[in-house]
Write a protein that binds this ligand. Structure first.
Ligand SMILES: [Ca+2]
Ligand SMILES: [Ca+2]
Ligand SMILES: [Ca+2]
Ligand SMILES: [Ca+2]
Length: 281
């Protein structure tokens, strides 16, 4: 089954009929969370939770190498330029946005931005000032993938957090799916806005007028979440437009089973060059 971000009524109805997974959801703990502002760009140092000593680091939010977003305007790949709502326009159900005081996105002038801009590396960290903004009654979804053949599985302990999500406002719900290596999806996990906790900073972006607290959710997955190459976040009508700041995964990723053909090619070429250099010297 191909991984396509479906937001059609038929697809969501099928998902809601299947049994929901039973994960453990921890609220973020502002007292054990820290971050550093670089100008208007925020780097997370540590994300802690209430009720578990499990935590996440900034590096846990930099694991994504691929992904795509589907909103009311279409589907956009990892580096595709998604049109943005800027300054109170509410056209797109889910789109890149940024904090008022942060560094503009590379395609700011064209009012566009990519999934890579929001979830990829910014000066070596995930910029917590970059988000996907949702609309109150709009549906959208996005996939984040490890790439490079990496997968993750639940670790069998309910006290360790495998997945964490930051949402601006703590006033929205969202669904999470695991995307298995074969492209199939796990059952939907409904994450209620009531399960989150404040992380200790707020966010005022171009699309809204006024700061809102950022909330964090730490999720320990159950055993039905195995062999996952990534995750899908879904906003449905009635979820009040989740504004997703960041998605992190804390478990150690195993190395890919088989190196990609491209990587082998580069390796081979490097060896040839090294041999030639040795011969010359
Ligand atoms: Ca929008
Ligand atoms: Ca766990
Ligand atoms: Ca929100
Ligand atoms: Ca603003």
């Amino acid at each position: 089954m191909k991984t396509v971000c479906l937001i059609a009524a038929a697809a969501t109805a099928a998902a809601s009929m299947s049994a929901l997974a039973a994960p453990t959801i921890y609220a973020a703990n502002a007292g054990t969370t820290s971050s550093t502002l670089h100008g208007g760009n925020r780097e997370l140092n540590r994300l802690g939770f209430v009720g578990t000593s499990s935590s996440m680091t900034g590096a846990d939010f930099l694991r994504w190498n691929d992904g795509k977003l589907t909103n009311n305007a279409g589907t956009f790949g990892w580096t595709d330029l998604v049109p943005r709502d800027v300054n109170s326009a509410n056209v797109y159900t889910g789109n890149p946005d940024r904090a008022d005081g942060s560094t503009p996105l590379p395609t700011e002038a064209a009012k566009k931005g990519s999934m890579k801009d929001v979830f990829g590396s910014f000066n070596g960290y995930k910029n917590m000032s970059y988000i996907i903004d949702g609309e109150d009654n709009g549906a959208y979804c996005f996939d984040l993938l490890y790439g490079n053949g990496h997968t993750i599985s639940a670790d069998g302990s309910a006290s360790t957090v495998e997945l964490s999500i930051l949402e601006r406002g703590g006033n929205s719900d969202f669904n999470v799916y695991g995307i298995r290596a074969d492209g199939s999806l796990t059952s939907a996990m409904f994450v209620s806005r009531s399960k989150g906790g404040k992380v200790g900073w707020n966010l005022d972006t171009l699309e809204i007028a006024g700061a809102q607290d950022v909330y964090g959710f730490g999720i320990s997955l159950d055993s039905s979440w195995t062999n996952l190459k990534g995750f899908r976040i879904e906003a449905k009508n009635g979820f009040n437009g989740p504004d997703i700041v960041a998605v992190g995964t804390g478990a150690t990723l195993p190395p890919p089973l088989v190196p990609a053909p491209g990587a082998l090619g580069v390796l081979g070429l490097g060896s040839v060059i090294a041999m030639r250099r040795q011969r010359k010297s």
